[in-house]
Design a binder for this molecule. Structure first.
Ligand SMILES: [Zn+2]
Length: 121
């Protein structure tokens, strides 16, 4: 992969990182660790007692989303670290090259396609 392609992927990874961090902040905010959010929630439950279950479900869903965002962030940060250390595009499992097409489709891929499919079995 040429330097130009690599710097394009780097830009994409940085943009993805910012997007994921913003998403995580939004989700963490909404799951209401703050005092204000708690009060709001109490008011809401008082007026709509039947919706309390839905609210709980939404918070659980948010937590699952935060976990998902965190694991994506790990992958994105891993890819950025690999670019910095000049090992980007090397499969974590077999040490072979990950194809450029795969990296363009999934810039934070850590394994080549054959290792990935073996891993998923
Ligand atoms: Zn591999």
């Amino acid at each position: 992969m040429g330097k130009k392609d690599l710097s394009k992927l780097y830009e994409r990874l940085m943009a993805e990182k910012r997007r994921l961090e913003a998403e995580r902040a939004r989700l963490t905010d909404r799951s209401g660790s703050g005092q204000g959010a708690g009060l709001e929630l109490a008011d809401y439950d008082l007026n709509h007692p039947a919706d309390a279950g839905t609210e709980l479900f939404d918070r659980e869903k948010d937590l699952a989303l935060v976990e998902n965002v965190n694991s994506l962030l790990d992958q994105v940060n891993g890819a950025l670290a690999k670019i910095a250390s000049d090992t980007y595009g090397i499969c974590d499992a077999c040490g072979g090259r990950i194809s450029d097409a795969r990296l363009r489709a999934l810039p934070y891929a850590t394994m080549c396609i054959s290792c990935q499919s073996r891993y998923e079995d």
